[in-house]
Design a protein around this ligand. Structure first.
Ligand code: AMP
Length: 284
């Protein structure tokens, strides 16, 4: 595996692969790899000739009071994990090589970025879209792989690609969980032992919701209230950021569950802000 740091190098390697008619897959990440990241890398390995993984803690997607400085990092371990997962090129730029000091061009998908995480992170998705667009331009991938854990991000990237005619296929992959159900996340490192013990209830509450749907409940407001009281009873820690039932593509609030509907939650637990989601199936 090659570890490279400059945008010019990744552009050269990717365009050389294209010239040789090799398919290129891109896996954008912020590092501190876990099995969720690995699942994206392995999917890419199985479906493309060249796998490029970017590892970049992108400053423009962090708000002024967020955890940019303390975001977990372990580059030596990340290099080992990526190499073992079949990555060909690990692209680890620094912020100064990705952004000119007077960088001033942004990509926004305001309608999809407004609800859910966007409500408390108003500039987050603008930073995500802009860096992903830059990575697409640098690597010209045939396919780019994202996790459904960040469902809103995936929906926004799909919309950006459609609206701006990016020539790349977007693939979403399922959430990888710890054995007790907690969605894997680099930020789980922030949890205290007590918080870590409570955290799987986020997922358990979503499964409870699917049971209510299986039993015939179709009213989104009733389901949202049920999830809230589940968390009050079983989580008992932290504070709600949001609980929402939305259309999986438009992210518009759902009223009745006639079609698959996304249940999405964000919960502040100590230093961590955890997100999780489940696509509720009214007709399994
Ligand atoms: P991050 O490094 O947290 O920005 O994540 C990089 C990519 O990995 C994103 O597409 C995430 O959605 C994906 N990802 C993060 N956690 C998981 C997980 N538990 N399961 C599957 N994909 C994940």
């Amino acid at each position: 595996m090659d570890v490279i740091t400059t945008p010019a190098d990744v552009r050269r390697i990717a365009s050389e692969a294209r010239r040789q008619d090799r398919t290129v897959a891109l896996v954008p990440t912020m590092g501190f790899f876990h099995a969720g990241h690995e699942s994206l890398m392995r999917w890419a390995r199985a479906h493309a000739d060249m796998v490029i993984c970017s590892l970049f803690v992108n400053p423009t997607q962090f708000g002024p009071t967020e955890d940019l400085a303390s975001y977990p990092r372990d580059p030596d371990r990340d290099i080992r994990v990526a190499s073992e997962a079949g990555v060909d090129v690990l692209f680890c730029p620094d912020a100064t090589s990705m952004y000119a000091p007077d960088h001033g061009t942004w990509i926004e998908v305001p309608e999809l970025a407004a609800p859910l995480c966007g409500a408390t992170r108003p500039t987050h998705f603008r930073g995500v879209c802009t860096v992903v667009a830059k990575l697409f331009h640098l690597t010209s991938p045939h396919v780019a792989v994202f996790g459904e854990k960040d469902w809103q991000q995936l929906a926004i990237i799909r919309r950006m690609v459609r609206d701006l005619d990016f020539n790349v296929e977007i693939v979403g992959r399922p959430i990888v969980r710890e054995p007790d159900g907690l969605a894997m996340s680099s930020r789980n490192k922030y949890l205290t032992p007590q918080e870590r013990q409570a955290a799987p209830q986020l997922h358990a509450g979503l499964l409870h919701l699917q049971h209510l749907v299986d039993a015939g409940e179709r009213d989104a407001m009733v389901l949202a209230r049920a999830l809230r009281s589940w968390y009050e009873q079983h989580l008992g820690l932290g504070t709600k950021d949001y609980i929402a039932l939305v259309h999986p593509e438009t992210l518009a609030p759902a009223s009745r569950l006639e079609e698959p509907t996304l249940a999405a939650v964000a919960w502040r637990l100590g230093k961590a802000r955890l997100i999780d989601n489940l696509l509720l199936q009214p007709h399994p």
